[in-house]
Write a protein that binds this ligand. Structure first.
Ligand code: PEP
Ligand code: MG
Length: 804
């Protein structure tokens, strides 16, 4: 590249592997290109600098004879520094001596050098090796072996390196950075690692070597002019300009944003190394987009260069990674983002805090529909129990509310309104904490947060992703607010609207409860009459926001008792609202209670036993279509189906409602009826269900629960142990179980499509937003995935990566 790089010889992965095994290259041949340049540096060069590895060893070749020579050239102090640095590096890396042995020594001037050399001799009973070949062999071998050691291998594998990741070594003539004229070393990069925005950053230090300039102590200066202090641009403008050119050229030629490591020797610039710059997710997006926009890489490659999951970080506020933090509890990262607020322990307290304009964090053992009010006003939620598909997690993701669930190391005392954290610290209502739902930790106090970054670079990358991907991405959205977020993220419609979430609002809950308490169908119908306009208004709003994109509405799913209070206080106020004796209310709640509600009277079973509920919902949908006008084709989805007959029964009633609405309005409309595949039996019997359904949507939350026989609300308690012991490779509620649940998906998809060619297939469980699940669904021939709104961009990018 015509860069002023000192003479360099590179050793390949294979050669270095051989060196670790004791097979050294021909040293005379290796040293030949360096001619009369006696001082060398050995640098590590791995595929990815983030995987770690040995540090560079400088000044190899330094010995007593050269010292004398160097004293003449650069002075005794500088020559001593060069020699000392090498002796220390050699002692620690090659002779494997304790770094502490140099503690307390002067480390300056010729006296320092004398002390260091005699400390070496005392420790090894040998004089410091003077032969450059012996020195270089030792350094090469120690670096090669350091890479192959078990600890180093495990460490880099944890960072994603393959087991056989190789290390290259680069032997390079030293450019000293010490001596007469402007001498020194530093690093420079042209964009910010935090934002990816153009910005010359780096440090430079006169009379220094290696990466000294980056060390905190010492007198390093800025690269570009800076109001905070002196800069290289002012000190050596020509060198500065050259460095900018070189780094910009590396970006083009190496097709990557690089950090240049350099030395200046008497004003002359030497480029020692170029390393891919470290970057935050936000910077990764901007760097990839800029490289593509500048024509350096194709758009396909830009898409591949951003880790989809990393997008989650930039879509939410996050705790500043550089800020000090005090972790006081850990749990499951259930809904990303970070927020700080004062602790409250109930929805009522949350609402009270909100009315005082205070930001609050709701802590509950687990949440229930009654907590929705509190969740709406809280800035974050923390629960002691629950897993990735628990109520708090699902609602949190829907609301874009940071949420940590299953923090089993905290302990709530609701009578005292205190919570004991993992470290034994007791916090009370009003104490400030921060919930980091991206990493699943809870922090004390309010550390600084970084804002979310949905900037132009993000938009550009997403647009490109959409051009490439070949599987649809919709959002799970229950409320107009969710739907708006989904649209802002360019979801191609709503794949799942859980209508029960529309009944949790304070104003509606009472009517809903009246409906549940109705003893006679006539009373029930009266309550439903009241709910109808509310539902209709919701749907009109959803259709309006989605602007003609498909909206898939799921009929009511949860067991009815979920809408009822569980504590005395709640029962009393409900009795008040319904004008019924407390004993009647308590009795009815007991009546509705089930031993295993998840497997009880919910989903389509409700629709079969109390058909008026689905009638009302269907009517609300159709009337909303008419009200919204303009060719909306709603999709109606029947939950928790396990038998064909369930579909037939519901279908007949919905057809009747449609006919009635058409007759009453004198207008036409279309709709599509589909089935949620959430029970293993529905997947197995997809062949006989499909003829009655325009689409099948796999609800992998329930399907996972039922396939494993594993409660989605309780599994959090032992999931960590199960994963740690390797019983499950991952939490199957989090990462789709391809072997078991996945096989049911494949069977269902195949049998369904065999029976009906135009059957639309999708997934709407929480797995829908995971890059791995998307790959699985794409291979199984699914038409789209549906996930919570904030995961839509992740899904769009992951889908594009599969297609490019
Ligand atoms: C599912 O079971 O996967 C699903 C999407 O429905 P819910 O989570 O509402 O039960
Ligand atoms: Mg379900």
């Amino acid at each position: 590249m015509d860069l002023p790089v000192p003479c360099t010889v590179a050793l390949s992965f294979d050669q270095v592997h051989d060196i670790a095994g004791g097979d050294l290259p021909d040293m005379a041949a290796l040293l030949k290109p360096f001619g009369d340049q006696p001082l060398l540096c050995v640098r590590p060069s791995s595929e990815d600098p983030d995987w770690g590895g040995p540090g560079a060893v400088m000044n190899v070749g330094m010995n007593d004879a050269l010292y004398v020579d160097l004293c003449d050239r650069i002075g005794a102090d500088a020559a001593s520094a060069v020699y000392m640095r090498f002796v220390q590096g050699y002692a620690i890396n090659v002779a494997r001596l304790d770094p502490d042995m140099f503690d307390g020594l002067t480390l300056q001037g010729s006296e320092g050098l004398r002390q260091v050399l005699s400390a070496y001799e005392a420790e090894t009973d040998e004089a410091f090796p003077q032969d450059p070949v012996v020195q270089l062999s030792g350094v090469l071998q120690s670096m090669a072996r350091a890479w192959e050691g078990t600890t180093a291998r495990l460490l880099r594998q944890a960072k994603g390196a393959p087991a056989d990741a190789g290390l290259g070594l680069v032997v390079q003539a030293m450019a000293l950075g010490l001596g007469a004229g402007e001498c020194g070393s530093g690093v420079i990069q042209l964009v910010s690692s935090q934002t990816g925005m153009p910005m010359v950053t780096g440090r430079y230090r006169s009379q220094s070597q290696g990466r000294d300039a980056l060390q905190k102590e010492g007198t390093s200066i800025y690269l570009a002019k800076d109001p905070r202090g002196p800069s290289l641009e002012e000190l050596a403008p020509a060198a500065f300009a050259q460095l900018i050119d070189y780094t910009a050229m590396m970006r083009v030629r190496l097709r990557e944003e690089m950090q240049t490591e350099f030395t200046i020797e008497n004003g002359k610039v030497h480029v020692l190394d170029g390393v891919r710059i470290r970057r935050s997710p936000r910077a990764a997006v901007r760097i990839a987009v800029a490289l593509a926009e500048d024509g350096i890489i194709p758009k396909e490659e830009a898409i591949l260069r951003v880790e989809p999951r990393a997008l989650t970080e930039m879509l939410h506020r996050q705790v500043d990674p550089d800020a000090p933090r005090e972790v006081i509890a850990r749990g499951i990262a259930a809904s990303p983002g970070a927020a700080s607020g004062k602790i409250v322990f109930s929805s009522a307290a949350a609402q009270a805090a909100a009315s005082r304009d205070e930001r609050c964090v709701l802590i509950r053992r687990e949440t229930s529909p009654e907590d929705i009010r509190g969740m709406h006003v809280a800035v974050a939620v923390l629960t002691e129990r629950g897993g990735i598909t628990s109520h708090a997690a699902v609602i949190g993701r829907g609301l874009g509310l940071p949420c940590v669930v299953g923090a089993s190391d905290i302990s709530l005392n609701l009578r005292r309104n205190t919570v004991t954290m993992a470290d034994g610290r007791v916090l009370r209502e009003g104490d400030e904490i921060t919930v980091d739902g991206t990493s699943g930790v809870v922090l004390l106090g309010a550390p600084p947060l970084l804002e979310s970054a949905r900037d132009d670079a993000f938009q550009a990358l997403m647009t490109w992703a959409d051009d490439f991907r070949d599987i649809g991405v919709r959002a799970n959205a229950d409320t107009p607010a969710d739907a708006q977020i989904a649209r802002n993220f360019d979801a191609q419609g709503i794949g799942l609207c859980r209508t029960e979430h529309m009944f949790f609002d304070a104003g509606r809950l009472t009517v809903m409860r009246e409906m549940i308490f109705a003893a006679e169908p006539a009373d029930r119908r009266a309550a439903l009459e009241q709910l109808l306009p509310m539902q209709r208004a919701d749907f009109v709003e959803l259709f309006r926001i989605m602007e003609g994109h498909p909206v898939c509405i799921r009929l009511l799913d949860p067991p009815l008792h979920e809408f009822l209070p569980s504590d005395k206080e709640g029962i009393r106020s409900l009795a008040d609202a319904l004008d019924l004796p407390v004993s009647d209310v308590a009795h009815r709640i007991e009546e509705l209670g089930e031993h295993n509600p998840m497997l009880g009277l919910r989903g389509v079973r409700l629709g079969i036993t109390m058909p008026e509920i689905y009638d009302m919902q269907a009517r609300a949908i159709f009337e909303a279509v008419l009200e919204a006008g303009g060719g909306v084709v709603p999709e109606i989805m029947i939950p928790l189906v396990s038998a064909r007959r369930e579909v037939e029964l519901v279908k007949t009633r919905i057809e009747a409602v449609a006919a009635a609405v058409r007759t009453a309005s004198g207008r036409k409309f279309d709709y599509r009826l589909g089935v949620m595949v959430e029970t293993p039996r529905a997947a197995l019997r997809a062949g006989e269900i499909a003829p009655h359904a325009a689409f099948l949507s796999f609800g992998t939350n329930d399907l996972t629960q039922m396939t494993y026989g594993l409660s989605r609300d309780d599994a959090g308690r032992f999931m960590r142990t199960y994963v740690q012991q390797g019983v499950f490779p991952e939490d199957p509620f989090h990462i789709l179980d391809y072997d078991g649940v996945g096989e049911l998906l494949q069977i269902g998809a195949k049998r369904g499509r065999d029976a009906r060619k135009d059957l639309v297939l999708s997934i709407c469980g929480e797995h829908g937003g995971n890059p791995e699940s998307i790959e699985f669904c794409r291979r199984a021939g699914f038409d789209y995935v549906s996930c919570s709104p904030f995961r839509v961009p992740v899904a769009r990018l992951a889908a594009a990566q599969l297609a490019v």
